[in-house]
Design a protein around this ligand. Structure first.
Ligand SMILES: [Fe+2]
Length: 503
């Protein structure tokens, strides 16, 4: 077993190297959404300011929207930011996200002619429960091995599809996710990604803002200066696998109608990942530190993630970014290969060999993910759950996620319930049914994963169930409002696609 582990590790390393060597340098780019803000308008504004990006990483949209974007922007490298592929979860290969989601992702890669498929190492669907924004994986050794197994499956599927289309296969990249106030598990985050990369040939995306949240919510900030913490983190992290770096905004959660936004007497703000918010200066200082690290040997691109940000602010920040980092990034990503390599052919079915989870490990992991859901959604989690190790953060911060962030996500995020269902909400208020009861209702029982994850439509369906059950007199009203919402949503997303809300 030990020998096979090392053999697999060497194989994955050399496979990664071959794949990475075939990727073109991308340079300084932007990670964007087709719709928010309007991508063509953004490109026009950047060109007017003589700030043509080296590439655009486009977030998941419909295949036709991505094909159309490829036609409109023939001269810019486009890469793909996937969504809905929950590869941290034990059931991934058999789930809707593992079947339909992967097929769809392959079509999107071909539409954009993307060199890579980036996806967060996080999920919005866990043990039958849906969430509006990403939850990080359990940071344990077994969970890392499962993630690696699932990534090998994903890369196999991408390779097979590329062969059928006669195109170069995209490299699967796994992005280190943000912590939204907490993280759980017994191994450190660098250790987790080290285990994944020993078992899979994937590349990685290092997000600088996410790294700041790790410093903030694992308690690192109480022990070390940021630069020292990051220096140690980078030494332990598999930096040689990092293909892309992201930089995005951070902000505190703002709750509509609340009198205070969580102001605190702590030394650091309660920032969380927020793509629409300005990028704090501290992140550019961190980027400089990361770019100077000698372990960063496979970098191909650095992108500002700017979906949901105003065009004016994007142009301003991209200009500053270019001025400060252009020469360093170009130096780092330059392609030293002069003779193009022959097309790659890797054996399909690598996911079947060595280091798979045993049935017992798989069952235990499923059980742990059920406990994870209980821990983050329930005030009174059983004692077997409450001794789950936090990644060095505080129980109060986990409470902040459960008691503030999660209700906000369900009641206000991705569609304000009061605006979506005004008549139903009025009727519920008359019947003394507080909207806050929707939160425990949402988590009252697991439901099967849907083929195409869409938080907005899920929210509509669940609210119909909730209102009908909590106030039968509101049944007709909520059904009518739900029909109107679904019709408006369909109309708004035609002809170029469904708008997935990105976290
Ligand atoms: Fe990111």
């Amino acid at each position: 077993m030990v020998a096979s582990k090392y053999a697999k590790c060497d194989l994955m390393k050399s496979e990664f190297t071959q794949r990475a060597n075939n990727l073109p340098a991308h340079g300084l780019g932007l990670s964007v959404d087709v719709y928010s803000p309007d991508l063509l308008e953004l490109v026009r504004a950047l060109r007017d300011a003589q700030l043509e990006p080296g590439y655009l990483e486009v977030f998941k949209a419909t295949t036709s929207a991505l094909e159309w974007m490829r036609q409109q922007l023939p001269d810019i490298k486009l890469s793909y930011h996937g969504e809905g592929l929950w590869s941290t979860q034990p059931e991934f290969p058999r789930s809707g996200s593992g079947r339909q989601g992967v097929m769809e992702a392959c079509a999107h890669l071909a539409a954009l002619r993307s060199a890579w498929l980036n996806h967060e190492c996080a999920t919005k669907h866990m043990a039958g429960y849906a969430f509006g924004t990403y939850l990080p994986p359990l940071y344990t050794e077994v969970s890392a091995r499962k993630t690696a197994e699932n990534l090998a499956y994903l890369q196999d599927q991408v390779d097979q599809d590329a062969r059928q289309r006669g195109i170069d296969p995209a490299l699967v990249l796994l992005e280190m996710p943000p912590l939204t106030y907490f993280g759980c598990g017994a191994c450190s985050i660098p250790e987790f990604f080290r285990t994944v990369t020993e078992q899979a040939s994937c590349g990685l995306v290092l997000d600088i803002g996410h790294l700041w949240t790790v410093y903030r919510y694992t308690g690192g900030w109480q022990q070390q200066r940021l630069e020292d913490y990051v220096a140690e983190f980078l030494d332990a992290f598999p930096l040689e696998r990092v293909i892309e770096i992201h930089v995005a905004g951070l902000a505190e959660l703002t709750i509509p109608h609340a009198s205070e936004s969580g102001a605190n007497g702590h030394a650091l703000p309660y920032w969380i990942d927020a793509h629409g918010a300005p990028i704090p200066g501290v992140l550019f200082d961190l980027l400089e530190q990361v770019l100077a690290h000698p372990g960063l040997t496979s970098l191909k691109g650095v992108a500002l993630e700017v979906d949901t940000k105003s065009i004016g602010l994007i142009v301003e920040e991209f200009g500053q970014f270019r001025k400060r980092f252009e020469s360093t990034v170009h130096e780092k990503v330059r392609c030293e290969r002069e003779i193009p390599l022959p097309p790659q052919r890797f054996p399909i079915g690598r996911s079947a060999d060595g280091c798979r989870l045993t049935p017992q490990e798989e069952a235990a992991l499923r059980h742990q993910y059920r406990n994870y859901v209980q821990l983050v959604t329930t005030q009174t989690a059983p004692s077997s759950v409450s001794d789950f190790a936090l990644l060095g953060g505080s129980v109060e911060d986990l409470g902040r996620y459960r008691d503030t962030y999660l209700p906000h996500e369900l009641l206000h995020w991705g569609g304000e319930l009061q605006d979506m269902f005004p008549d139903t909400c009025r009727r519920l208020a008359e019947a003394d049914v507080p909207l806050a009861r929707f939160v425990p209702f949402w988590f009252s029982r697991p439901r099967p994963e849907q083929d195409d994850y869409d938080f907005f439509l899920l929210k509509v369906d669940r609210f119909v169930e909730f209102a009908t059950q909590a106030c039968p007199a509101a049944a007709m009203i909520v059904l009518r409002e739900a029909d109107e919402l679904r019709a408006a949503y369909r109309a708004a997303n035609e002809p170029i696609g469904s708008s997935q809300v990105r976290a």
